[in-house]
Design a protein around this ligand. Structure first.
Ligand code: AMP
Length: 249
């Protein structure tokens, strides 16, 4: 079984986001970038399937600027076998990402594609669903457990108020939820080994995809500043303030 794992380079989740003063987007100058956390979970799941003898090859693919190679190297250090960088300086919208991934899937013929459920920069939560649709493959989103059973994929999904279990025929597209696993840190020897693993460099036009944006961002703004609270002198004052605010009767 061959597994394709699409990974996105995003602003690190610990970074305090700064909006550009002209409101055209987020300031990326001198900002730490990392692999999208849900994609780390996807890489981990693919590697675990390989370690369990159920997968033969794990390919990490990313669409982005040249520095995205570093993100692919992280996936290789975690245990992926090889990488594909589809290099572009454009911001690529989910539908175009899905079109490029479809072309790669047709070339590589994976049995399974595991994506993150959403990228923490655009919060789109679209790419996996679009990819499954245009490939015509089965899809299982927000997976919290993935098991192979008789050539099929048994998938547990987190839904409102409970869990849903699905049986998917392969090839399939799966997207990861937070509780699927805890991604490993790459060890130093594996970081060294990853330097020798191959990364193919391609461009969107190699896959016949025009990445021109269809959406126009009108503006990006900071969330409103929180109002400062007040200090109360006593429990009685607290109770009367809560009554005034209608929080208690
Ligand atoms: P989104 O639909 O933008 O929230 O992204 C969902 C998932 O699609 C991510 O977690 C990645 O697995 C994948 N993805 C999105 N953008 C890219 C990209 N530029 N390169 C590779 N994978 C991506």
């Amino acid at each position: 079984m061959k597994i394709l794992v699409p990974i996105k380079r995003v602003v690190d989740y610990n970074v305090k986001i700064r909006v550009k003063s002209d409101q055209t987007g987020v300031d990326l100058a001198n900002v730490k970038m990392s692999m999208n956390p849900f994609d780390e979970i996807a890489v981990e799941e693919a590697i675990r399937l390989k370690e369990a003898g159920k997968a033969t090859e794990v390919i990490a693919v990313s669409i982005g600027v040249q520095q995205t190679t570093e993100t692919i190297r992280t996936a290789l250090a975690m245990g992926a076998d090889r990488g594909i960088l589809v290099k572009t300086d454009e911001t690529v919208e989910p539908l175009n990402v899905a079109k490029i991934l479809k072309a790669i899937a047709e070339e590589e013929k994976p049995d399974l594609i595991i994506l993150g459920k959403q990228a923490i920069d655009d919060d789109c939560n679209q790419t996996g669903q679009m990819l499954a649709a245009i490939l015509g493959w089965a899809q299982g989103t927000f997976a919290s457990k993935v098991e192979l059973e008789g050539g099929k994929l048994k998938l547990t999904r987190e839904i409102d108020g409970g869990l849903q279990t699905l049986m998917l025929s392969m090839p399939a597209v799966v997207t990861t939820d937070l509780r699927l696993n805890e991604p490993r840190y790459a060890s130093l020897p594996n970081i060294m080994k990853a330097k020798k693993k191959p990364i193919d460099e391609k461009s969107p036009s190699d896959y016949g995809v025009d990445v021109k944006a269809r959406l126009e961002v009108l503006k990006v703004t900071e969330p409103p500043q929180r109002q400062a609270g007040i200090k109360v002198e006593s429990v009685e004052q607290l109770v009367s303030k809560l009554k005034e605010a209608g929080v208690i009767g």
